[in-house]
Design a protein around this ligand. Structure first.
Ligand code: NAD
Length: 653
C-alpha cells in the first residue's frame, strides 16, 4: 500500500514511506513525504527528522509506472522534495537499507546525514536508460565521495554496497541490520540536534586538482563503446561541472538530463527496459494462476545444449538428473558439465568449493525411471521427431502426474511432440540459446493444449534461472530463429551482389550489433572462414559470382543495414500478425537478449516504429525490385502495409 507514516521517537520524527515493490517515488509518495516533512518542521516537539523507506529498503528511484505521465512532473517534484529536505531548519537523517537507487539516492544525498546498513546497495543507474541523474546526483555525489569514484558510479551506473563506501564521508554510520535505530540515535546526539542550520552537501567545497585529467581518462574509456552513446559522456560533463558554483553545476546537469530524455538512444533504452517487463505479462496468466512445485529437475540428453541447460539448473540450486543413452555419452555429458564449471573456476568467476557444491547436486543416470519424481524434464536430444517421440513416450510413462514436460527443439512442432503423450496440457517448449547457462533469453513455447499453470510454472522456472522469458506460439523457428533466416540470407545475397563479408559485418556492427552475421558464422562454424579477410575467400566469392554471371556492384553500408534490419522487421510483422508473438515488444526482447541487437535502438520493431513504417515499406518495395527480389523476404507483410497506411506503429497493435 502507498502510504507515508510519521511517528515520534522522543524528539525525533521518523518518516517512513511505502510504495511496493521498491518504494518508487511516485507523485503520491512525494506528496506524502512533503506533507510529513512540513509538519515535522513546524512541530516544536520535533528536533530532528529520520527519513526511511518501508519494507527493508530505501527506494529504487522514480516510479517507472509513472514514467512519461503528467504525474511524473506534478508538484511536489523530486527537486522540490530535495529542496524541502536540504533547506529545512531541522537536521534530516536518511536511514538506508536494501536498495537506494536513482532518485532515491538523490533524495538521500540531500539529507544532512546518512546511516546505512552495510549491505545496502547505492547507485545512480540512469545511464542504463540513456539518461543521467537529474536531481543533483552528479553535483552532490562528487562532493561526498570524490570525483574519481563518483565518475565511476555515475558513468557505469553500477551500484556499490555501503561497506564499499566506508572510507568516504558519504555515510555517517554503517551498521549491521536495521539502520533506523542507529539513525535515531545519531539524530539525538548533541552534535546533530544542536547544529543550526544543519550542514548541507551543496555547501561542501569540491576541490579536485586532478578533475580535468580524471574526466579526460573517463572520456577515453568511453571511446570503445559501439555505437557511441551520449549519456555516459554527458555524465562526465556533469561531474566536471561540479567544480562550478553549485547552482551552475546543477543547471549543466539539468540541461543534459532534458536533452537526453529526448534522445533516440534513451528512447530505445527505455523501451527495452519496459519491453522486458511487458514480456512477463502473459495472456491468460494472472498472479492467481497456480505455479506447480519446482524442487527437482531432469535433462534428457547431455550434448552441447543439455549439458549447459543442466548447468543453468544447477546454478539455480536445483538437484538435476541427467539422462543419456549409454555410459560413454553419460560420461561425456558429465565431463562437459564439469568442464563448464572448471572454466569458471579458472577465470576466477566461481569458487572451487561452490563448483563442488553444484556438481554434488548432479545426478547422472541411464534409467528413465530415475526421473519419476522430477518436477520438470527438459528434453535436449537430437533434432529428430522420431528420437523425440521415443523420449516423450518414455517420459509420459514414467514421470509423476503434474510434471512439466519440456522440449528444447529449435524447429520441430511442439504440438506434435505434445501429441505423443497422454498429457499434452503438461507439454511446452523451453527454447534455450547457446550457451544455455550464459544467454539471457529463454523462449517459452506455448502449445495448443498447454495448461495455464504449466505455462506459469515454466515462467517461474525462467525467473529462477534468471532468464528473460518471452512466450512464443508454435511455429518453425518460433520468434528469433524464424526472423534470423531472412537476415542471414540477405547477408549472403549482399556478398553475392558485390559487398565483402567484412563490409557487411562492419556496417551492421557500426549500427550496433554485437557481432555481424559472418563473424557469428565463424564462431559457430562456416566451412570456409569467410569473415577473415582472406584471399582464398575472395577468390571463392569471385568464382561464385562469375558462375552466376553477376557483375559486382558497389553496395553502400546503408543498404546493408536496411536490408538486414528490415528483413527482420518484415518477418517480425508476420510473426506478430500470426500471433506467434503476442506484442511487438516481445520480438524486440528476443532480439535484444538473444541476438545482439543494439539495446539503444530498442529492438527491430521499435527501430522500425521510430524510422516510420511508411519509410520501411518504401524500402521493402525497393528491395523487392532488386536482382535478389526474394519474394519470401520482400513481399511486404500485410500488417506492416496496413499500419504504414494508417500512420500507426507496431507498438499500437
Ligand atoms: P547434441 O547432438 O550435442 O546432443 C544430443 C544428445 O542427446 C547426445 O549427447 C545424445 O547422446 C543424446 N541423446 C540422443 N537420444 C537420446 C535419448 N533417447 N535419451 C537420452 N539422450 C539421448 O545436440 P544439441 O546441439 O545439444 O541439441 C539438442 C537439442 O537442442 C536439439 O533439439 C536442438 O535442435 C536443440 N537446440 C540446439 C541449439 C544449439 O545451438 N545447438 C539451440 C537451441 C536448441
Amino acid at each position: 500500500m502507498v502510504e507515508t507514516t510519521c511517528r515520534l521517537d522522543r524528539a525525533v520524527a521518523v518518516i517512513t514511506f511505502a510504495n511496493p515493490p521498491v518504494n518508487g517515488l511516485s507523485h503520491a509518495v512525494r506528496a506524502g513525504i512533503a506533507t510529513a516533512l512540513e509538519r515535522a518542521q513546524a512541530d516544536a516537539a520535533v528536533r530532528a527528522i529520520v527519513l526511511t523507506g518501508a519494507g527493508s529498503l530505501f527506494s529504487g528511484g522514480a516510479d517507472i509506472r509513472e514514467f512519461g505521465t503528467p504525474a511524473s512532473t506534478a508538484d511536489p517534484t523530486l527537486h522540490r522534495l530535495i529542496e524541502l529536505v536540504e533547506a529545512g531548519p531541522k537536521p534530516v537523517i536518511a536511514a538506508i537499507a536494501g536498495t537506494c537507487l536513482g532518485g532515491g539516492f538523490e533524495l538521500a544525498l540531500s539529507a544532512h546525514y546518512r546511516v546505512a546498513a552495510a549491505d545496502a546497495r547505492l547507485g545512480l543507474p540512469e545511464v542504463k536508460l540513456g539518461l543521467i541523474p537529474g536531481a543533483g546526483g552528479t553535483q552532490r555525489l562528487p562532493r561526498l565521495i570524490g570525483a574519481e569514484r563518483a565518475l565511476d558510479m555515475i558513468v557505469t551506473g553500477e551500484p556499490v554496497t555501503a561497506s564499499a563506501l566506508a572510507t568516504t564521508p558519504l555515510l555517517n554510520r554503517i551498521v549491521k541490520g536495521d539502520p533506523v535505530a542507529a539513525a535515531v540515535e545519531l539524530a539525538e546526539s548533541p552534535d546533530v540536534i544542536g547544529r543550526r542550520p544543519p550542514a548541507r552537501v551543496r555547501d561542501l567545497p569540491f576541490v579536485e586538482p586532478r578533475l580535468a585529467a580524471l574526466c579526460e581518462a573517463a572520456r577515453a574509456r568511453l571511446q570503445s563503446g559501439r555505437p557511441p552513446l551520449p549519456a555516459p559522456h554527458r555524465a562526465v560533463d556533469a561531474v566536471e561541472a561540479a567544480a562550478l558554483p553549485f547552482d551552475q553545476g546543477l543547471a549543466v546537469e539539468r540541461r543534459a538530463f532534458v536533452e537526453l530524455m529526448a534522445s533516440p538512444e534513451s528512447r530505445g533504452l527505455r523501451h527495452a527496459f519496459f519491453a522486458e517487463r511487458a514480456a512477463t505479462k502473459v495472456d491468460g496468466i494472472t498472479p492467481a494462476t497456480p505455479v506447480r512445485p519446482l524442487n527437482e529437475a531432469a535433462v534428457v540428453g547431455a550434448g552441447a545444449m543439455g549439458a549447459a541447460i543442466a548447468v543453468a539448473l544447477l546454478d539455480a540450486g536445483l538437484p538435476v538428473w541427467v539422462l543419456e543413452t549409454d555410459q560413454a555419452a553419460l560420461d561425456r555429458g558429465r565431463e562437459r558439465i564439469a568442464g563448464i564449471y572448471d572454466g569458471q573456476v579458472k577465470k576466477g568467476k566461481l569458487a572451487a568449493e561452490e563448483r563442488d557444491r553444484r556438481l554434488a547436486r548432479l545426478r547422472p543416470t541411464l534409467s528413465v525411471e530415475s526421473l519419476a519424481q522430477a518436477d520438470v524434464a527438459i528434453e535436449a536430444v537430437f533434432e529428430s521427431l522420431e528420437v523425440k517421440r521415443d523420449v516423450f513416450l518414455a517420459l509420459d510413462r514414467t514421470m509423476k502426474p503434474g510434471a512439466v514436460l519440456a522440449t528444447n527443439t529449435s524447429t520441430l512442432d511442439v504440438d506434435a511432440i505434445a501429441g505423443f503423450t497422454r498429457r499434452p496440457s503438461d507439454v511446452l517448449g523451453l527454447h534455450f540459446f547457446s550457451p544455455a547457462n550464459v544467454m539471457r533469453l529463454l523462449e517459452v513455447v506455448r502449445g495448443r493444449a498447454t495448461a495455464p499453470d504449466a505455462l506459469a510454472t515454466a515462467l517461474s522456472l525462467g525467473k529462477a534461472l534468471r532468464k528473460v522469458t518471452v512466450v512464443a506460439g508454435v511455429g518453425d523457428g518460433f520468434i528469433g530463429n524464424r526472423m534470423l533466416e531472412g537476415y542471414t540470407k540477405q547477408a549472403w545475397y549482399l556478398v553475392e551482389e558485390g559487398a565483402t563479408p567484412v563490409q557487411v559485418d562492419r556496417a551492421i556492427e557500426a549500427f550496433g550489433f554485437a557481432m555481424g552475421p559472418f563473424r557469428v558464422g565463424d564462431l559457430v562454424g562456416h566451412d570456409v572462414s569467410l569473415a577473415v579477410p582472406a584471399p582464398a575467400a575472395d577468390q571463392l566469392i569471385a568464382e561464385h559470382r562469375a558462375e552466376l554471371g553477376i557483375v559486382p556492384r558497389q553496395v553502400s553500408d546503408d543498404e546493408i543495414v536496411d536490408r538486414l534490419v528490415y528483413a527482420l522487421v518484415n518477418e517480425g510483422a508476420r510473426i506478430l500478425e500470426e500471433g506467434i508473438a503476442a506484442q511487438a515488444s516481445d520480438i524486440d526482447v528476443v532480439y535484444l537478449t538473444g541476438y545482439g541487437f543494439p539495446r539503444a535502438r530498442g529492438g527491430p520493431m521499435f527501430y522500425a516504429d521510430e524510422v516510420g513504417l511508411g519509410r520501411v515499406v518504401e524500402r521493402v518495395r525497393e528491395f523487392a525490385g532488386h536482382r535478389h527480389g526474394d519474394p519470401g523476404c520482400w513481399t511486404p507483410a500485410p500488417l506492416l502495409e496496413r499500419l504504414a497506411r494508417e500512420g500507426r506503429r507496431f507498438d499500437s497493435v
